[in-house]
Design a protein around this ligand. Structure first.
Ligand SMILES: Nc1ncnc2c1ncn2[C@@H]1O[C@H](COP(=O)(O)OP(=O)(O)OP(=O)(O)O)[C@@H](O)[C@H]1O
Length: 253
């Protein structure tokens, strides 16, 4: 029997209130999503603003409940009542568009907070590992600095170091370069390419098609909460079969 993929979504549905008050009804944001991410794989979500990419990542990171369908980690539905949600969260880490570093903590304390509080690692050990991670992301000299003393690109690299600190099995990346000035985008993408080359398992939402082309095992084009087209980067980005995918890519050029 073959092992299940690390992450599987099966017929996942999610809706939100379409406006204030009950009469506004609900808007379907994920409309029956099927998706697999195998160990050491990188799946990249692309699609227009509002197509559901962030919501999909938030569902995987247990920040949103699904209305219907399953989110399976190693074949186990994370919504099952006997599943320990904290244990699931410890296997995942998400990096957000806006870094979300704690402004009152040093860079090193941001990186070591979860290992110390959640994983109960002794301070010395957590700091040693944290410094190694900061060196890896090119911030060895910023360990004692504070987030507001860092550029956007440095803050995002610190956020990536923090995400890696718990040793996640799956890294979720939500438009991590969207808030950066264009000249800082490259330094973050280079770091992600390095992580990818090391075999880090990733589920990524991005508008950076060149990056998608370089890292993705599979590109998934979302439209209106559905998988509209999927395949290798060459298939979806260079030879799309559907008009909507072509139109989306044309608008990006
Ligand atoms: N908590 C919420 N309450 C109501 N509507 C929401 C909520 N979160 C997301 N939505 C709506 O769901 C839709 C999909 O949003 P989502 O952020 O997942 O899209 P996206 O593809 O990530 O867009 P972008 O590329 O702009 O980040 C949008 O119309 C959004 O307004």
């Amino acid at each position: 029997m073959t092992a299940p993929p690390l992450l599987s979504l099966r017929e996942v549905r999610k809706s939100f209130p379409a406006g204030p008050g009950r009469r506004a009804g609900r808007r379907t944001v994920l409309d029956g999503i099927d998706l697999d991410v195998g160990e050491h794989q990188c799946v990249v979500l692309v699609g227009s603003s509002g197509s559901g990419k962030s919501t999909l990542l938030r569902v995987v990171d247990l920040l949103e409940d699904v209305d219907d369908g399953q989110v399976l980690l190693d074949g186990v539905d994370v919504a099952d009542p006997w599943v320990d949600a904290d244990a699931v969260r410890a296997r995942l880490a998400m990096v957000f568009q806006q870094y979300n570093l704690f402004p009152h903590l040093s860079v090193l304390d941001n990186v070591t907070l979860a290992p110390r509080l959640v994983h109960r690692r002794p301070r010395g050990e957590a700091e040693e590992a944290g410094r190694a991670l900061l060196a890896k992301v090119g911030l060895a000299d910023k360990a004692r600095g504070y987030p507001d003393q860092l550029s956007g690109g440095e803050q995002q690299r610190a956020a990536i170091a923090r995400a890696l600190a718990g040793g996640p099995e799956l890294l979720l990346l939500d438009e991590v370069t969207s808030a950066l000035d264009p000249e800082l985008v490259g330094e973050v993408l280079d770091l992600l390419l390095e992580l990818r080359a090391e075999g880090t398992t990733m589920l990524v939402a991005t508008h950076e098609m060149d990056f998608a082309r370089e890292v993705a095992d599979e590109v998934v084009f979302l439209h209106d909460g559905r998988v509209h087209e999927r395949g290798t980067p060459a298939q979806v980005l260079d030879d799309p079969q559907r008009d909507r995918t072509r139109e989306f890519l044309r608008r990006l050029r």
